[in-house]
Write a protein that binds this ligand. Structure first.
Ligand SMILES: Cc1ncc(C[n+]2csc(CCOP(=O)(O)OP(=O)(O)O)c2C)c(N)n1
Ligand SMILES: [Mg+2]
Length: 599
């Protein structure tokens, strides 16, 4: 082929630029220097962020999208470099977040010869089977001319329907092989595709009828509402019909937490008014939710839901999620925002008047549940003990953050406290991993948040276990001048798992806490000093009363900042639901009891 053609790497980079990808996050290796070379040429149009662990790159790309709605790309080398990526791919896949992972592989001429870092014992250059279960699709072009097709198809697969990460696995030589005169044009292939499909007219009419005649309706919202941009339409429907709104953990913030119709979190550790409303509802309108075990109290009836007799209307862009865990009175494959607009249009035409008597009674009953719950949780807000009470910690951090701040949570018991006690008022201010739950998501993801929203305060609240696992982020924040704040929720343990040993295994604790070998005292590195050694400001906080100010100072500093917060590990967040570890038993609700219809 003539030498004036773009090579494979150049085609990919040009396509990314056309798709307005501002960043490529990754880590080098011999397998991807051809791609880095293409990024080098176009560095005025796309910035390259080099990290210290590939998983970090994936989490940054993931959270970048959650904040901005713009997919980005990662680049990793062949063999181990890309083998560090599946954790972030799996995380994005289960939470329906797109990013394009450009992975290097061995040269096509060396396929099946066992060259350095080739996975070849089952099939040649076999990274695709490694990640098959972790992403939406893998493409592996093996000639230069296949790259334009692969890149446009990969992008389309990633962003259409239910979004998810896609892998573009590139043999070493294909980055440099002549590929095409120009990259494909998004406007020819992907820019004009809409997946905002609505519900079928009959289904829509039935849904409206069910909502209008319901006596105890509840709307349950998940991630689909937040990332589908449907928050305003949700609010309009809830207010129009005066239907209370509960959230799965992924849906928190879809409605302002302080709105009178907002019930809060439904979960194993959900708020009483939320669980007790959803489990008594006669009609439950579920929008973009998966009904996972933590939301559904392990699907045990009467804790989160009682379906049936509750009649479920389940709306989702992915029909695979409809009818997975609960029978549906009505299942509608639709984009949640389009569906909401259809319902609002129908209501506009029908002009229903007044709130029926039964609905008024329902809302009143819910207010009663809310009061009971508030009284139950009240003491934790003022608890002054050291180590800091976790509920107080969550509350102090939440209070210290401005409305537009972004809090990216990690995985662990701190996450359970945060989703219960943070009160976001907008859909994009509390971010967590809800499906795959990898430690490190928040530690690293906060860097992606800051790049996506440089003007907003970005704070990661993360476990001591997870921070130690991914402490390399300190260096990345310094190298790219990212003024993020880490609040290390330091409880000297993999506390969420130790809690399970205590709750389900009669306290047979092993491998879940961090201890000094000689004294047996709780051990951890001095995280604040560790931060300072990396050029990041670091402070330690022991007293609840100091935590809020520490967070405010850290945000105001405008520099990367770490707060090592000494937080108690002996309490677990109580809620109205339960969780079952099959074979080991069920937890008991911290508040209220199992609801039995008719009782
Ligand atoms: C990569 C990874 N390894 C293991 C787990 C299992 N796991 C879930 S929570 C947890 C403990 C996390 O400890 P820490 O980060 O200190 O948070 P804490 O629970 O103490 O708040 C572990 C080990 C996981 N989710 N991800
Ligand atoms: Mg911990």
């Amino acid at each position: 082929m003539a030498s004036n053609l773009l090579n494979g790497g150049q085609v990919i980079v040009d396509y990314l630029i056309q798709e307005k990808v501002p960043y490529a996050f990754g880590l080098c290796g011999h397998g991807n220097i051809g791609f880095i070379d293409a990024l080098y040429e176009r560095q005025d149009d796309i910035a390259t962020i080099s990290v210290h662990h590939e998983t970090v790159a994936g989490f940054m790309a993931d959270v970048y999208y959650r904040v901005s709605g713009q997919p980005t790309a990662t680049f990793t080398s062949c063999g181990p470099g890309s083998a560090n990526l599946p954790i972030s791919l799996g995380n994005a896949f289960l939470d329906s977040v797109p990013f394009l992972a450009v992975t290097g592989n061995v040269p096509t001429s060396q396929f099946n010869r066992g060259a350095f870092q080739e996975l070849y014992r089952h099939y040649q250059a076999d990274f695709p089977s490694t990640v098959q279960a972790y992403c939406k699709r893998v493409f592996q072009p093996t000639r230069g001319e296949m790259v334009p097709i692969a890149v446009r198809q990969a992008w389309k697969t990633m962003v259409t329907g239910r979004p998810g990460p896609v892998v573009l696995d590139m043999p070493f030589d294909i980055f440099k092989e002549a590929a095409a005169e120009e990259a494909p044009k998004p406007e020819d292939w992907n820019a004009n595709i809409s997946c905002r499909c609505g519900a079928d007219p009959e289904g829509l009419a039935k849904a409206v009828e069910m909502l209008l005649t319901a006596e105890r309706p509840v709307i349950l919202v998940g991630q689909g509402v937040k990332y589908g941009g449907a928050a305003a339409d949700l609010l309009a429907l809830a207010e129009c019909l005066r239907i209370p709104v509960a959230c799965s953990a992924s849906g928190i913030g879809a409605i302002d937490s302080e709105h009178p119709l907002a019930l809060g979190l439904v979960a194993r550790n959900g708020a009483y008014q939320a669980n007790h409303a959803t489990r008594q509802a006669d009609v439950l309108l579920a929008l973009g939710v998966r009904f996972d075990d933590r939301t559904s109290s392990s699907w045990l009836p009467g804790y989160s839901f009682t379906i049936p007799p509750t009649r479920l209307i389940h709306v989702d862009i992915d029909p695979d999620e409809i009818g997975r865990n609960y029978p549906v009175a009505l299942g509608l494959m639709a984009d949640v925002r389009t569906f909401l607009r259809q319902v609002l249009g129908e209501l506009d035409a029908r002009k229903p008047t007044g709130i029926p008597e039964a609905r008024a009674r329902w809302l009143e009953a819910i207010e009663g549940y809310r009061k009971e719950w508030k009284a139950f949780i009240a003491p934790g807000f003022t608890d002054d003990s050291t180590p800091i009470h976790p509920q107080r910690a969550a509350h102090e951090i939440d209070k210290a953050l401005a409305e537009d701040a972004i809090l990216v949570s990690d995985i662990g018991v701190h996450h359970n406290w945060l989703i219960q006690f943070c009160k976001p008022t907008r859909p994009d201010s509390l971010i967590g991993s809800m499906g795959f739950g990898p430690m490190g998501f928040g530690v690293a993801g906060v860097l992606g948040a800051k790049l996506a929203a440089p003007e907003r305060p970005c704070v990661s609240v993360c476990g001591d276990g997870a921070f130690f696992m991914h402490a390399s982020v300190l260096g990345t924040a310094v190298e790219y001048q990212l003024p993020v704040v880490w609040v290390v929720w330091n409880n000297y343990a993999y506390a969420s798992i130790r809690g399970l040993q205590r709750g389900y295994l009669d306290g047979r604790e092993l491998a879940t806490d961090f201890k000094h070998p000689e004294t047996g005292a709780p051990y951890n590195p001095d995280f604040a000093a560790m931060a300072r050694s990396a050029g990041v400001d670091g402070v330690s906080v022991d007293r609840a009363a100091d935590l809020g100010d520490a967070v405010r100072e850290a945000v105001a500093a405008g520099r990367p900042y770490l707060i090592d917060a000494n937080i108690g590990a002996d309490q677990n967040p109580q809620g109205a639901g339960v969780w079952e570890l099959p074979g080991l038993g069920q937890s008991r609700p911290g508040f209220g009891s199992r609801y039995q219809p008719g009782s």
